[in-house]
Design a protein around this ligand. Structure first.
Ligand code: NAD
Length: 420
């Protein structure tokens, strides 16, 4: 990562994309002002009794960017670098992501400044329960519905459901999504982000007349989004996975390799590095190998102008949130690369979270096939709308997606009689 990259403020990046969309739509100043900034920001400082009996004070946030289209929705992140601007940015991203796929939610995000790698299960549980209590008066199944994000998982959500339900004196599974199946999680949620990403890639490939059978795929990040995307694009479309990376390095094989073997190897050794039949390459090279489809599925801000200049692919599908810095977009456009933006390409996760919430609220649970069929319908529909908007406005897919989303939020405000 170059130095200029480190200075990027994620909320300013989100505002840049918002302003471009608002310009395209010709939005009036008051509507812009209403949508631009978060509706509500809560900071909480709270004590947690640690395993050694001492108390430690943690700082956490919950930002609700918009409730114009429905209750706020977004994950909770545990990380030492969590800060208010990052949470604001991620909250606004959720507003637009939900609007792109047309699910009836606004956007929110939460986080606690902590280092979960240095905390044991006992401390994580106590911190989670206290944080949930601190934010409990602004969350709820019709207010704001959290979900897992970086270093939080189904167990974290289970603790939140329990804490919230105890305080309410009733069972409230719809207060969070991403729960374990045994307490109201949805089938298909684990694969949903990757599944949505692969559906979007297949639609783009059709439009660009790229045959996915044998198409060369490179993936940065081999976790929930990246590893499952590798498996699905290989199994469902017979594409060739030629390079993957994780935090320890990258592997490459000219003729591709079986991603199932890579998943097994990573489970056994903790990394993809050393996979039989592959050569080890520098981690960052995974972004610039010659391929047909590149899937950044790890970190934000990795496609800088410098990297964009070296990228050699036809489609970039952003499984990660915010992998491309705004200046790099111009270069990718000039090179004729089709970028499927994060608000569309990774929206499968929140879409199946929405299904989980619908199932919790109705008490009727769906099969995995039903979940995947409904996901495909929503994601393919959203792709078509974004693609048409990109043709109509003669803009790239990112600007088209944001414009569609911002337009939908503005329309909701208008229908509610809040703005003209
Ligand atoms: P994860 O923790 O399961 O996996 C992250 C992967 O990235 C790991 O394999 C890790 O080793 C790798 N990684 C870390 N640093 C790296 C580096 N410098 N180079 C290469 N790889 C590196 O996380 P995830 O859930 O797969 O999330 C990945 C991205 O997808 C994030 O941006 C996340 O916000 C986004 N996303 C995830 C979901 C979801 O449902 N999981 C939904 C929407 C967006």
């Amino acid at each position: 990562m170059d130095e200029s990259n480190n200075k990027l403020n994620p909320f300013e990046m989100a505002l840049t994309n918002f302003d471009l969309a608002a310009d395209l739509l010709g939005l009036d100043t008051e509507t812009r002002n209403q949508i631009r900034l978060p509706e509500r920001e809560l900071t909480v400082n709270f004590p947690v009794k640690m395993r050694d009996g001492k108390f430690k004070t943690f700082t956490g946030y919950r930002v609700q960017h918009s409730t114009a289209r429905g209750p706020a929705k977004g994950g909770i992140r545990y990380h030492p670098d969590v800060n208010l601007d990052e949470v604001r940015a991620l909250a606004s991203w959720m507003t637009y992501k939900c609007a792109v796929v047309g699910i009836p939610y606004g956007g929110a995000k939460g986080g606690v400044i902590c280092n979960p790698k240095e905390m044991n299960e006992f401390e994580l549980e106590h911190m989670t329960r206290r944080y949930a209590t601190e934010i409990s008066f602004i969350i709820g199944p019709t207010r704001d519905i959290p979900a897992p994000d970086v270093y939080t998982n189904a167990q974290t959500m289970a603790w939140i459901v329990d804490t919230y339900s105890m305080a309410k004196g009733e069972w409230v599974p719809g207060v969070v999504t991403g729960k374990p199946l045994s307490i109201g999680g949805s089938k298909g949620r684990n694969e949903a982000t990757a599944m949505g990403c692969v559906f979007v890639i297949a639609e783009a490939a059709k439009q660009l007349q790229i045959n996915l059978k044998g198409a060369r795929v490179a993936i940065q990040g081999f976790g929930n989004a990246g590893a499952i995307a590798a498996r699905l694009i290989h199994d469902m479309y017979d594409a060739k996975v030629i390079a993957v990376s994780d935090s320890r390095g990258a592997v490459y094989a000219e003729n591709g390799f079986d991603p199932h073997r890579a998943i097994d190897h990573k489970m056994r050794t903790g990394s993809v590095v050393g996979l039989a039949g592959t050569e080890t390459i520098p981690g960052d090279d995974v972004l610039t190998v010659e391929c047909d489809i590149l899937i950044p599925a790890a970190l934000e801000n990795v496609i800088t102008p410098c990297v964009a200049n070296k990228i050699n692919t036809k489609i970039i599908a952003e499984a990660a949130n915010g992998p491309t810095v705004p200046d790099a977009d111009t270069i990718l456009d000039q090179k004729g690369i089709c970028v499927l933006p994060d608000v569309l390409a990774n929206a499968g996760g929140v879409t199946v979270s929405y299904f989980e919430w619908v199932q919790n609220n109705s008490g009727l649970y769906w099969t995995e096939d039903e979940v995947n069929a409904k996901l495909k319908q929503i994601i393919v529909g959203a792709f078509e709308e974004v693609f048409l908007a990109s043709k109509k406005y003669k803009v790239n897919m990112r600007r088209a997606a944001w414009s569609l989303a911002v337009g939908r939020v503005a329309e909701a405000l208008k229908m509610r009689g809040i703005y003209p």
